[in-house]
Ligand binder design. Structure first.
Ligand SMILES: [Fe+2]
Ligand SMILES: [Fe+2]
Length: 166
């Protein structure tokens, strides 16, 4: 059996995030329906559209390296999304619902940021310059989304969620 290389690890990780994005694109409309604030709804729907584009960029990366676009089950994202669904059920109708949803969405973003950061540097190391640009485009959208969620969490959801407790 040939020794595994960084190229193999890159492909494995690419399949992981490809699977993850396909789960995320299904979860975002559900979160948009569940969230109470209009701004939260708009943010989730906007990111749903961005995710559609991100999936296309990943398909381009697969093409660049001459591999079929195929996902590999990622238990980490399944777990993060399941936690979000749990919050949707358990905090339904409560003032803390939006804070919980924004927090789960941020956990998703942080997972993606970790993956894209890694993939981008490995792509540079193995010499896939065009892939670097595509992965960076996805990374920048995740970073911007994370910042937007922080802003939403701070100004609307969190204070409102805390009011009832106080
Ligand atoms: Fe994404
Ligand atoms: Fe994202």
């Amino acid at each position: 059996m040939p020794e595994k290389t960084l190229d193999d690890l890159f492909l494995d990780t690419l399949k992981d995030i490809y699977y993850a994005e396909k789960q995320i694109i299904k979860a975002l409309p559900k979160m948009a329906r569940a969230v109470q604030s209009e701004e939260g709804k708009a943010a989730f729907l906007k990111h749903r559209d961005e995710t559609d584009m991100q999936i296309q960029r990943l398909q381009q990366v697969f093409e660049l390296i001459g591999k079929a676009a195929r996902g590999k089950t990622c238990e980490a994202i399944q777990g993060i999304i399941a936690e979000g669904e749990e919050i949707m059920e358990e905090f339904k109708g409560s003032v803390a619902l939006d804070a919980g949803l924004i927090s789960s969405a941020q956990t998703v973003e942080h997972y993606e940021i970790a993956r894209y950061g890694t993939l981008k540097s490995w792509a540079a190391q193995v010499g896939y310059a065009d892939a670097v640009a595509l992965l960076d485009a996805n990374l920048q959208e995740e970073l911007a989304t994370d910042m937007k969620l922080t802003e939403l969490g701070e100004k609307s959801a969190n204070p409102k969620g805390a009011k009832k407790v106080a």
